[in-house]
Ligand binder design. Structure first.
Ligand code: DLZ
Length: 159
């Protein structure tokens, strides 16, 4: 399985460059907030661990995953940051809503990466159940917020 081959939650901490000069924005969706808070906590702890100053981590909230694109755009326009992480959790329901939201946020974040000279990191869980979400927010599949933070550091130092 892909995650067992490349599970960044188990990454080698010493392999990540010093991030003390970076400023990082994080936009969090309020839907499934308990899960998202776990992801957020993993992301913030990782950024702090690698030297990002607490004062240089900016967190904003939007109602749901669909709004993450706009929230990230507003953050890019108003904050002097080196990377922006979008955090959300979309859980499959009985209607096709799941597909539309996943499509919307995936496309939106991809577009932002092309529109701004700034990396936008996709920290969005798209899962079939709450259990699958919990497994990826500090459970047996690690914490995808940690992985998003590692990616933000690497991309924030990219150019
Ligand atoms: C409407 C909706 C549904 C059904 N499911 C989720 C979800 O699992 N995760 C999430 O972040 N947001 C969900 N939303 C809300 C949408 O993202 C969005 O906020 C609304 O459709 C209003 O634009």
């Amino acid at each position: 399985m892909a995650t067992s081959l490349k599970n960044l939650s188990d990454y080698d901490f010493t392999s990540i460059p010093d991030a003390s000069g970076l400023s990082i924005g994080i936009v969090v969706a309020e839907w499934n907030i308990e899960i998202n808070n776990q992801l957020l906590q993993g992301a913030i702890e990782t950024l702090l661990h690698h030297g990002v100053d607490k004062a240089n981590i900016f967190v904003n909230y939007v109602p749901g995953a669909f709004e993450l694109t706009y929230g990230c755009k507003v953050m890019a326009e108003n904050y002097d940051v080196d990377a922006i992480i979008a955090i959300g959790t979309v859980i499959q329901g009985d209607t096709p809503h799941f597909d539309y939201i996943c499509q919307g946020v995936t496309y939106g974040i991809s577009e932002l990466n092309l529109s701004f000279d700034l990396p936008f990191i996709f920290g969005v869980l798209t899962v079939n159940s709450l259990e699958q979400a919990q497994e990826r927010a500090g459970g047996k599949h690690g914490n995808k917020g940690v992985e998003a933070a590692v990616t933000a550091i690497k991309m924030g130092l990219y150019n």
